[in-house]
Design a protein around this ligand. Structure first.
Ligand code: GLC
Length: 437
């Protein structure tokens, strides 16, 4: 694999107030919204020993579309180890869009269905699912393992005083750029747009879904903006900093710097556009690296990756992404679910998933191991990015908050409304959502 230049912006989030620690989410909002030290009562609690000899059988792992093949392989490896003892896993593939994955899971949990024993849950859903009492409380298992995990991903399964999942994927997005077109990596987002305009443009996730919330907040947080007040009770989305960030994106669509269909693109559409050689820059998660270097693409050997630059007049920020294994309270075999979750977070699998699929992990070995560093030379920077990435607001009504962001940002990008009006509407909708819990 070609060595990639990532040393550049050395310290991601360098000395920037907007780049909070791993657990602060949107300022202090996380702490108060995350349960304020209270306990979610009445949840079913896992017996950590149940994974040692659970009833034989097959559990169903529900997860988004297996675009890399990593999920099929984790199942294969799990079965290679435990299949002979009678333990199997089958996968139920949900759509690529995170919002649709959530909708599929929610539908089953509302019906008290046992179809999904375990679910690949986005880092942003813990609060909502825990409050709905849809998940096993995994505290007795996780509390013994806390020191194994990197703090930021561990915090994403923490809600109230309990732990609701096993973190297996933690990600901070990267800026991919064509080094045959751009010689010096741009230092600011504004310069990225200028270089993109002078070359073949930029592609990112502009469709009205969770991905756009991430793409927008990366710029907005870097510009110094926030989503919620420190106590988590009030929207702060309608700020001059947030307008500035949105204006940059809107201008990019208007003057043709952003890919033509960007307002309809999710991760996979962006990746395909990029791989066909049509863009100079792409914002995407690390998984697109290994796929982009495959010979079948038009960009293999012609690109590098860099951490996000600063926002002129502001700082640098990235958003923490990733997934956790959660166990449904309606599962008939939670012990086997825990066995699978434990395997997913094991050092062996964590290393394999990053080496083969560039799916970044949740334990230090997934970055520090020499074999990982050889395969992914920018692993140390990825680890730093994950450690320093900012959380999206932690709230049981997070889905509504995010919808208010992505629907209005998308309307501005599509030219249906101005950045100012879009954020004014988002502000009203977020405040409305906050009143409902
Ligand atoms: C990735 C991230 C996830 C994020 C989603 C948005 O899957 O891991 O946290 O919500 O992208 O599309």
């Amino acid at each position: 694999m070609k060595r990639v230049a990532l040393g550049v912006a050395a310290a991601i989030c360098l000395a920037v107030a907007a780049c909070g620690g791993s657990d602060d989410g949107d300022g202090g909002a996380t702490k108060s919204a995350a349960g304020g030290g209270t306990t979610v009562s009445g949840a079913k609690v896992i017996d950590p020993n149940s994974m040692n000899s659970p009833p034989k059988g097959t559990i169903t792992y529900c997860a988004g579309k297996d675009t890399t093949g990593a999920q099929a392989e984790v199942i294969k490896e799990f079965e290679a180890k435990y299949g002979a003892s009678g333990y199997n896993v089958k996968m139920l593939e949900f759509p690529t869009s995170g919002d649709e994955q959530r909708a599929q899971f929610v539908q089953r949990q509302e019906a008290k269905s046992d179809e999904c024993d375990v679910f690949s849950s986005d880092v942003i859903w813990t609060a909502e699912f825990a409050r709905q009492k849809w998940l096993y409380d995994l505290t007795p298992y996780v509390s013994k393992q806390r020191s194994r995990f990197i703090a930021a991903p561990l915090e994403t399964v923490h809600y109230g005083d309990q732990y609701w999942g096993v973190p297996f994927e933690s990600a901070a997005a990267l800026l991919y750029y064509r080094d045959d077109q751009v010689k010096t990596p741009p230092a600011t987002w504004q310069a990225v747009y200028q270089d993109a305009k002078a070359n073949d443009g930029i592609v990112y996730q502009g469709a009205a879904y969770e991905g756009l919330t991430c793409d927008y907040l990366e710029l907005a947080f870097a510009a110094g903006g926030k989503v919620l007040s420190d106590d988590g009770k009030k929207s702060l989305i309608n700020s001059p900093q947030n307008v500035k960030a949105l204006q940059l994106m809107v201008d990019g669509v208007k003057d043709g710097t952003a890919a033509n269909g960007v307002t309809t693109y999710m991760e996979e559409e962006s990746r395909r556009y990029w791989e066909s050689g049509k863009a100079t820059f792409m914002r995407n998660w690390p998984y697109a690296y290994v796929l982009g270097q495959m010979k079948s693409t038009k960009v293999a050997g012609k690109f590098k990756v860099m951490p996000f630059p600063t926002f002129d007049g502001g700082g640098t920020a990235s958003i923490l992404g990733g997934h956790n294994i959660v166990i449904s309270v309606y599962s008939k075999n939670p012990g086997l679910g825990l066995k699978f979750a434990d395997f997913y977070a094991s050092p062996d699998w964590q290393k394999t998933q990053v080496i083969k699929y560039a799916i970044t992990g949740t334990i230090p070995e997934a970055y520090d191991d020499p074999a990982v560093k050889k395969a992914i030379p920018y692993a140390p920077e990825l680890k730093k990015a994950v450690e320093q990435a900012k959380s999206r607001p932690v709230s049981p009504v997070y889905p509504q908050i995010s919808q208010a962001i992505y629907n209005n940002v998308n309307a501005a990008l599509s030219g249906k409304t101005s950045p100012q009006d879009a954020l004014k509407t988002a502000d009203e909708q977020i405040n409305q959502a906050l009143k409902t819990f």
